[in-house]
Design a protein around this ligand. Sequence first.
Ligand code: NAP
Ligand code: MG
Length: 493
Amino acid sequence: MSEKELTTHQNLHFDELWAYDPAPESPDYVSIEPQYQLFIDGTFQKPESGRYIDTVNPSNEKVLAQVAEAGKKDVDKAVTAARKAYEGVWSKLPAKERGKYLFRIARLLQERAREFAIVESMDSGKPIRESRDIDIPQVIAHFFYHAGWADKLEYAFPGVRPKPHGVAGQIIPWNFPLLMAAWKIAPALAAGNTVVIKPAETTPLTALKLAELIRDAGLPPGVVNIITGAGQTGVDIVNHPGIDKLAFTGSTEVGKIIQKAVAGTDKKYTLELGGKAANIIFDDAPVEQAVEGIVNGIFFNQGHVCCAGSRLLVQEGVAEELVYKLKLRMETLIVGDPLDKNTDIGAINSKVQLDRILGFLTEGVEGDQKIYQTKCNLPEKGYWCQPTLVENVSQSHRIVQEEVFGPVLTIQTFRTPDEAVNLANNSPYGLSGGIWTDKGSKIFNVGKRIRAGVVWANTFNKFDPTSPFGGYKESGMGREGGIHGLLPYLELS
Ligand code: NAP
Ligand code: MG
């Protein structure tokens, strides 16, 4: 079917078929303070810096709250509190008591799951369906999972004596704000470390709500310190001499800066960085199922996913049918209010990120690239990008090589499995990948040749606290999740 016929087809059916009535989740349920302080030593404290920054709702550009911007002195206070808590209380506590605190955090989160989901969607722009059904349940699962490990570390690493490092400094991004906090805090505490963590500037609210919850859970003061701020606060954490172990999730650019900063020190560190995953569709794959996987892989969470399947590789024989069905499916995706339960694609997290994405779609277009965007109406206020396909690309194009971190998918075709593997591995990144085929043998053959930390088969973007996650090459070093994720928080002697 030609592009023109496809458009007519959509106009005839889809506008009517997918016109759902609004079903918004009410934000009245949650309370957001006008101003938040730093959570240090078990209490909320005004910043020594005296500075505050606004966090906005990216779907309407309204300021949600002011949060403190931690300066160097504040970082020092937080690290000092974490050290005192480590030496005075946490390292002396029987392991099963540590586990009880983690169980308590998980259960309190379960009770307040709806509130956390709403705040997450308001502060980050992600659809409520995702924060409610993916982020918050995964957060809870992470705390439960690691609660179980706290008193079983010698079974995880038999024959050696696992010991915590001390104080962990943790820096996280804005794409899964509370989930990244859980990925960091839960294993650190289970392993017996204390924590100083900094959420991203644009998404601090669920971390601050978690601080309230941690206080209410009765965790000894100073075991978890949550300090908000911008990039400089992250720099001050990285450079603080009192940090024993650093855990960073964010861009490859900042990851490289951190790696240089810790060179020559005895700080341990793990880096979870960017990605540019290939999602490979063979001609024996179930096409409709693959289309759902592709949509989930790149449009999920506005493409703000480090492991997003942003490069589609399709075997030639099935390419025409697949692209046609993919476009039809894309036209049904609902872009809009993150709090509406019908929304598939919410707001782009910030103006800066939207400009970055749009930059790829204007200056980034090379040769005879063709951009296909769905015809949805975007709200007037807020930061939005409709689902986008970029066709006629080649391997050397910027949009194929660089991480866009938005709902933008490139399409390339291949003839043989070898060609698919070469295209998939021709990237500075190596975080994830996907394979769609009817043949188990092909999954094993191709899967093991893809240089990526996670390769999904006939599915995409599936997470579980028991599975290690992390990258090769410029996607970082170290793993999070499972036993592998406990290891960086422990010294084995
Ligand atoms: P980013 O700019 O690297 O920021 C990540 C965090 O580091 C934020 O808290 C940021 O603070 C802070 N930061 C900024 N500059 C710093 C510096 N010089 N030293 C120390 N900390 C610093 O990344 P982003 O744009 O927020 O996040 C998107 C990136 O994260 C993407 O590349 C994505 O692939 C990656 N990511 C990777 C994973 C993974 O598991 N591999 C998961 C999620 C995201 P402010 O935000 O306050 O500036
Ligand atoms: Mg925000």
